[in-house]
Design a protein around this ligand. Structure first.
Ligand code: GLP
Length: 246
């Protein structure tokens, strides 16, 4: 695992976009996308580079990590709308090439298995972008999720519901409590991982993920035993780490 510490959010976004640009140039075909607020500056930087003619997503397929269960189709906070609004609609992604778990299926368990199969059929994810929840979750894999789990239906932890209520006008009861998420095992199969972490509120969890045990108690800890993982964080998020970047 490589750890890059940058001064602040703009420099983190630049470093993350540099990595994605480099991978696009060397033939990346399948990109795993995360929602949440952390990767947004990276996506904005990629949009800027696309407009400047530096990067293209033509021919690239994208797979989202997760999707809420229970929101009406087309709700502005469902992740397939969020990613479109924040990123994919502003670059040359084909709309059909941006995939997400089918949280509207009458059979979500079957939809989960189909999503794994779809990722496999696409040849697997080349580079998976990740954020981290304050409790160490990646995707919606809350603490305790087995490290070999596949895409599945899950319940959100209370802390996650509270954290995500900011996207729902601060109304906790408006936040869905279930989701379909790629499993930790699914995520680990990506050929490369890029974990982006910013802000003081993530300092404790980042220290747990990078310096604690690699264990289900902190799903994000799996970045450490992945053969090609890069963690890019800002100084604020790095506050709990010893300062020897790998
Ligand atoms: C959500 C998403 C995660 C994301 C996390 C952190 O729960 N399912 O993929 O990493 O939030 O979000 P943020 O970057 O807004 O702190």
């Amino acid at each position: 695992m490589r750890l890059l510490i940058r001064p602040g959010v703009p420099e983190v976004a630049e470093a993350a976009a540099d990595l994605i640009e480099e991978r696009l140039r060397s033939g990346l075909r399948v990109l795993g996308l995360a929602t949440g607020s952390t990767p947004v500056p990276t996506y904005t930087e990629l949009i800027r580079r696309h407009r400047a003619g530096r990067v293209s997503f033509s021919g690239v397929r994208a797979f989202l990590l997760d999707e809420y269960i229970g929101l009406p189709d087309g709700h502005p906070e469902c992740y397939r709308e969020v990613i479109r609004r924040d990123f994919t609609a502003h670059v040359d992604f084909d709309d059909d090439a941006v995939r997400s778990p089918d949280a509207w299926s009458a059979d979500p368990d079957a939809a989960a298995a189909e999503y794994d199969a779809e990722i496999r059929a696409a040849g697997g994810v080349d580079l998976q972008v990740l954020g981290i929840g304050r409790d160490g979750h990646i995707g919606f894999n809350e603490p305790g999720t087995p490290l070999d789990s596949r895409t599945h239906v899950t319940d959100l932890a209370d802390e996650t519901v509270v954290d995500n209520s900011r996207f729902f006008g601060g109304v906790r009861d408006s936040v869905p409590t279930r989701a379909l998420t790629q499993g930790v095992g699914t995520i680990r199969e990506a050929r490369s991982l890029l974990l982006v972490v910013t802000g003081a509120a993530k300092a404790t969890v980042l220290a747990n993920a990078l310096r604690g045990e690699i264990a289900p108690g902190c799903p994000a800890s799996v970045v450490r035993d992945h053969p090609d993982a890069v963690v890019i964080c800002d100084e604020a998020a790095a506050a709990g780490l010893d300062r020897t970047p790998d």
